[in-house]
Design a protein around this ligand. Structure first.
Ligand SMILES: Cc1cc2nc3c(=O)[nH]c(=O)nc-3n(C[C@H](O)[C@H](O)[C@H](O)COP(=O)(O)OP(=O)(O)OC[C@H]3O[C@@H](n4cnc5c(N)ncnc54)[C@H](O)[C@@H]3O)c2cc1C
Length: 457
């Protein structure tokens, strides 16, 4: 479609791609910037649970790219990238359009991995995008309504049992969300909430194994059974098949079957197929096929191409595949693109990992700050939301989302105060919640009064 040589094309508008585009816009990058994403909306994945359970609105969690990029000068193209030709410097799209580039940014993220488990991709629900959240919501709604009309106890039990496969952060957060949310939803329909079952199956003996959140393992294990419906944990179990009405797994060398109408698959991710297809040799990838980039985030063989987020690994570093890494890398890519355009020196990426935050149910979370201390329960939830809300892209959007949150969480729902208020401020500062988060925390203390209650668990 376009043959302009001096244009920068960003493929994938996730944490890496979108933040690269926004930083370029803020620093008056002198070239045309085209951002291509298959979806109409950016997805703030860490808050997808809140979107799913209705705690937050779509304009907060899945805002439209057009809105986020309004006035930025960045051209947004909603289309699916079909192939990338690194030699010809061309990106081809499903619509038949194509774009040449002088610089390319690869921000395609990763995809759900079903690990070749029989029936998993056909019958398991992934939880990765807005569409996935909507699909699970619709399916569960159907199950709950059907359960209300079902006399047969076993059939009803199956409809009311949700299995989550994978005890990484997504599985834990999903299980905790459903453990609180599903029974409330069912009892609002006048069903018996005690009939709801939420089961989390994990391959290893430890939840959150090998993850940045692993320090929160003990807390997660303590909190999951405290959900409205205690989450049942099955550890050391290998799922062997997912069917429309059951999950099969091996546990202690025994084959087991669990009847369920809903299996949510959160057991891993793999490298994006477009990234796998690039003609980059094995030696310039990691063992998972992700692209090795220099410390300036350029491909080793194609310095005009930058990559960040889940689809890249930085030489001599081991950043986790997380949103906080992806968006910080976006800032470096933007800086280096401008430096290239102006003939200036490029800089190496620096990522600050300040802490980890894990949702552990409705209005509950754990915040591990600099490995120094941990805050659990509603205060943890407030820190988590304040932190994420300050990261929501563009000041206008940020302002809108934050004011709604302040209104709901801080001004309407008073929680305990005392020392915990001070801890929230300290924690918000540590985790880098930014001005709004810290102000929110301060405001929280001001309005709590001084009854000395402490909701920290
Ligand atoms: C449910 C969930 C919860 C998470 N929670 C946290 C958390 O609490 N904290 C944290 O730090 N990290 C969290 N993560 C991980 C984090 O979201 C990712 O590490 C981060 O999104 C990676 O950013 P990225 O830019 O590399 O990819 P993404 O943000 O995934 O963006 C990739 C983009 O590419 C687009 N795309 C893909 N293929 C194509 C194509 N062919 N054509 C056009 N566009 C395409 C997608 O639509 C998407 O917008 C979570 C992930 C999930 C799934």
């Amino acid at each position: 479609m376009s043959n302009s040589v001096h244009q920068t094309v960003i493929v994938g508008g996730g944490f890496n791609g979108l933040f690269t585009a926004l930083h370029l816009a803020h620093q008056q990058y002198p070239r045309t910037v085209i951002l291509i994403d298959k979806n109409e909306r950016f997805c703030f994945k860490p808050l997808l649970y809140e979107y799913f359970d209705g705690e937050m609105e779509s304009f907060q969690v899945v805002p439209r790219f057009e809105e986020l990029l309004k006035g930025s000068g960045v051209i947004f193209v909603q289309d699916t990238v079909e192939s990338i030709d690194l030699q010809q410097q061309e990106v081809k799209l499903t619509s038949g359009n194509s774009y040449n580039y002088s610089n390319l940014v690869l921000g395609l993220g990763s995809v759900t991995s079903y690990r070749n488990v029989e029936g998993a991709s056909e019958n398991g629900f992934p939880f990765w995008t807005q569409a996935d959240a909507i699909a699970i919501d619709r399916h569960l709604r159907d199950c709950l309504y059907t359960a209300l009309k079902t006399e047969d106890i076993e059939q009803r039990r199956k409809l009311l049992t949700v299995v989550i496969v994978g005890g990484g952060p997504s599985g834990v957060e999903m299980a905790a969300t459903l453990g609180d949310f599903l029974p409330s939803w069912y009892s609002a329909l006048r069903g018996n909430p005690d009939e709801v079952r939420v089961v989390l199956i994990n391959h290893g003996q430890e939840l959150l194994s090998g993850d940045v959140n692993s320090d929160l393992r003990e807390t997660a294990e303590q909190e999951l059974p405290k959900c409205k419906v205690p989450v049942e944990l099955i550890k050391g179990a290998e799922v062997t098949a997912v069917r429309p009405d059951n999950v099969e797994y091996k546990h202690n060398d025994k084959a087991e079957t669990l009847l369920t109408s809903t299996t949510i698959w959160t057991a891993g991710s793999s490298t994006h197929p477009l990234i796998q297809d690039l003609p980059i040799p094995k030696e310039h990838r990691d063992h998972r096929g992700r692209l090795t980039v220099t410390e300036t985030l350029q491909l080793l063989d194609y310095p005009e191409v930058f990559a960040g987020g889940d689809c890249a690994v930085v030489q001599n570093s081991s950043f986790p595949a997380t949103a906080q890494v992806a968006y910080q890398q976006g800032a470096t890519i933007a800086h280096n693109l401008k430096a290239l355009a102006l003939g200036q020196e490029l800089k190496s990426v620096k990522v600050n990992l300040r802490g980890t935050l894990l949702k552990l149910g409705l209005n509950k979370a754990a915040a591990n700050l600099l490995d120094a201390f941990e805050i659990v329960g509603q205060p943890g939830h407030l820190i988590r939301q304040a932190t994420y809300l300050t990261l929501l892209p563009t000041p206008i959007h940020d302002f809108k989302a934050t004011t709604e949150w302040l209104d709901e969480e801080v001004f309407k729902n008073h929680v305990g105060s005392g020392d915990i208020g001070k801890k929230i401020v300290q924690a918000a500062e540590l985790v880098g919640a930014g001005v709004v988060g810290v102000l929110a925390a301060r405001k929280l203390i001001q309005i709590l009064g001084s009854d000395g209650r402490n909701d920290e668990t």
